[in-house]
Design a binder for this molecule. Structure first.
Ligand SMILES: [Zn+2]
Length: 218
């Protein structure tokens, strides 16, 4: 089983990838984890990855493809994998097809966890931090404290980091959609795209995802 998982930041795709990998006994390959591991290893590739991450830049396709190809060729991935955070661009998707094609394998399914921009902004922009004790509050889980604008522990003022402001979040989501919409079209064209509504509770989304996988592999 070779599954690609697509979804915007805040769609909950990392959580679903973890669940799927456990249920199916396949590897969960998260590009973010690979980048962090490489940066910590500190070899030549790791040094390059680290310098992009430190500058807040996306790691270029060439490096990303190399890392993913190495990872999916490892014994851990013998039973299959679910890719989380990769491919991110059409170029990466084609490189993945090529790498798998050399082994006579292919991506069988691209699962797209769909969440509206409005809901993504609500989920991602609700973080508030106390100026006094740095306690983190979220508008969804602590509406009362956020509404009051004061920390429950120390009475300090709550503020938002610029990364967590709705307009910053909205821009990040727009960039994501602009980048991945060709990818979604590509997998749709190949007849591999399965769209899942990701707006419900984690368990509801999980049931829909497992249903789609059963339909394909049961
Ligand atoms: Zn506080």
């Amino acid at each position: 089983m070779h599954i690609v998982l697509l979804g915007a930041p805040g769609s909950g795709k990392g959580t679903q990838a973890g669940i799927i990998s456990q249920r199916l006994g396949i590897a969960h390959v998260a590009s973010g984890d690979l980048f962090r591991e490489a940066a910590n290893r500190g070899d030549e590739l790791g040094q390059q990855v680290k310098s992009y991450m430190e500058k807040g830049l996306l790691v270029p396709d060439e490096i990303t493809i190399k890392m993913i190809s190495e990872c999916i060729a490892a014994p851990d991935c013998n039973k299959g994998f679910i890719l989380d955070g990769f491919p991110r661009t059409l170029g990466q998707a084609k490189a993945l097809d090529e790498a798998l094609g050399e082994k006579g394998e292919s991506v069988e399914m691209a699962l797209y966890i769909e969440v509206s921009t409005k809901e993504l902004v609500r989920r991602l922009s609700g973080r508030f931090i106390c100026r006094g004790c740095q306690t983190i509050y979220h508008a969804i889980t602590s509406p009362r404290q956020v509404g009051a604008g004061r920390c429950e522990r120390c009475g300090g003022e709550l503020y938002q980091r610029s990364d967590d402001l709705p307009e910053t979040v909205r821009k990040r989501i727009e960039v994501y959609f602009a980048e991945t919409s060709p990818l979604i079209d590509y997998y749709r064209g190949e007849g591999k795209l399965v769209e899942i509504n990701g707006e419900g509770a984690i368990e509801e989304v999980e049931q829909k995802v497992l249903g789609a996988l059963k339909g394909k592999w049961a």
